[in-house]
Design a protein around this ligand. Structure first.
Ligand SMILES: [Zn+2]
Length: 403
């Protein structure tokens, strides 16, 4: 199909209009998103509310389609409005132009992550409403800010708010990622992120001596222990082709600092590791090992975890008969003949705040046969894939809202 034909497709035009709003970090302005979503709500004849769980700069927009039994726990369809920065010189199309090429590829930042999903929810609801259907449960479609920088100004305070509690949410859908194969990944959990800072003190002095207990020796010991742990995980992945990156612990040395002059042994050095602990990691044991290694290295080492808003693992969303929403989701995807692949999300999404609040959440972006281009230049989504996703959501929304 040529580019011309898409110009007459209303859903594709709404999607492109949303993509053209540059709600981009580091200082996204969400006002044009709110205005756009108000027009969408008007067209859909749905009530819309704007909440400010933290401040004026970070609105949470919620459209609501009331169900036939509104007292039942509701369904949340979440997406984030913000997108990551662009380097236009690396793009072959303007990153906020939403150009469509001859193949039907729509180019824009947010085409995959995740303005597509937000608009697909609305498109699916438009189709369901048009067919005259009413669903049992109430649906809330939320558009949140700040996800791309951690959600501390968006979903994190929102889930703690009275407004959120009043939505009475029983199940949530949020983003997944594209898949280059026929399979659709579905995410039911995330690993536990620990930013680990070591502050290492040692004997200082002239570089011509062989002093004991220098910060450099201690740092070397700590790094070797952390790298041993890393090597075990590398081997686990190698030995078991069924394991994916979200199933193992990842450990990476990210910063090393210290020293003032090349012939002076410094009294202090620091090192940071990005650690993402797999769900089968015993966190208490992990911390106990860190204490042990600090002592073995010679002592005078402190470590701390950066911005820890939860300590233990956040329980994964159940993907068995104990979770009726999972059964409803699965039966919809089975009926559509989709091949789904349950996974632990390797990075962080807003679903972790939802799960932490005790609400089951799945991450799912219906984009198969699509290269993963999130945060990359020339991010695109095929118009056909977008519209197929709308059909998939119709089925899923119908199924989970009647569960
Ligand atoms: Zn995203």
């Amino acid at each position: 199909m040529s580019a011309k034909n898409w110009e007459t497709n209303a859903e594709i035009q709404y999607f492109r209009e949303y993509l053209r709003i540059p709600s981009v970090h580091p200082e996204p302005d969400y006002k044009p998103c709110i205005e756009f979503l108000k027009r969408q709500a008007e067209g859909l004849n749905l009530p819309i509310k704007v909440f400010y769980p933290l401040n004026e700069q970070n609105p949470v927009v919620v459209l609501t389609w009331e169900g036939l039994e509104p007292e039942l726990p509701s369904i949340l369809l979440n997406s984030h409005m913000d997108v990551v920065p662009v380097f236009p010189e690396n793009w072959t199309h303007p990153p906020f132009g939403a150009d469509i090429d001859e193949e039907g590829r729509i180019f824009a930042r947010g085409a995959q992550d995740m303005k597509c999903v937000g608009m697909q929810y609305l498109a699916a609801i438009r189709a369901l409403k048009k067919s005259g259907l009413r669903l049992k449960r109430t649906i809330h479609i939320s558009f949140v800010p700040d996800e791309e920088v951690g959600g501390r100004n968006g979903m994190q305070p929102f889930v703690k708010s009275e407004e959120f509690r009043s939505l009475n949410i029983g199940f949530s859908l949020d983003e997944g990622i594209a898949s280059p194969t026929a399979e659709f990944p579905v995410f039911y959990a995330e690993r536990t992120v620990k930013r680990l800072f070591f502050k290492i003190s040692g004997s200082a002095g002239h570089g011509l001596l062989l002093m004991p207990n220098t910060a450099g020796e201690k740092l070397s010991y700590i790094i070797s222990k952390m790298m041993e742990l890393r090597a075990v995980q590398v081997q686990r992945l190698k030995d078991n082709p069924k394991l994916q990156i979200g199933d193992v612990t990842t450990i990476n040395l990210t910063t090393v600092n210290g020293g003032v002059q090349s012939n002076v042994v410094p009294p202090y050095m620091t090192a940071t590791f990005d650690c993402r602990l797999s769900l089968d990691t015993d966190i208490v044991e992990f911390e106990a090992n860190l204490h042990k290694w600090c002592a073995e290295a010679g002592g005078d080492i402190e470590f701390e975890f950066g911005s820890q808003w939860h300590k233990g693992h956040i329980p994964p969303t159940a993907t068995d008969a104990s979770n009726p929403f999972w059964l409803a989701f699965k039966s919809a995807t089975d009926e559509l003949g989709l091949s789904i692949n349950l996974q632990v999300f390797p990075g962080g999404t807003d679903s972790r705040y939802i799960r932490h609040a005790g609400i089951p959440a799945l991450g799912f972006s219906p984009m198969n046969h699509t290269p993963v281009l999130l945060h990359d230049h020339d991010e695109f989504l095929l118009a056909e894939t977008y519209l197929k996703g709308v059909q998939i959501y119709q089925k899923i929304i119908f199924s989970v809202a009647n569960a």
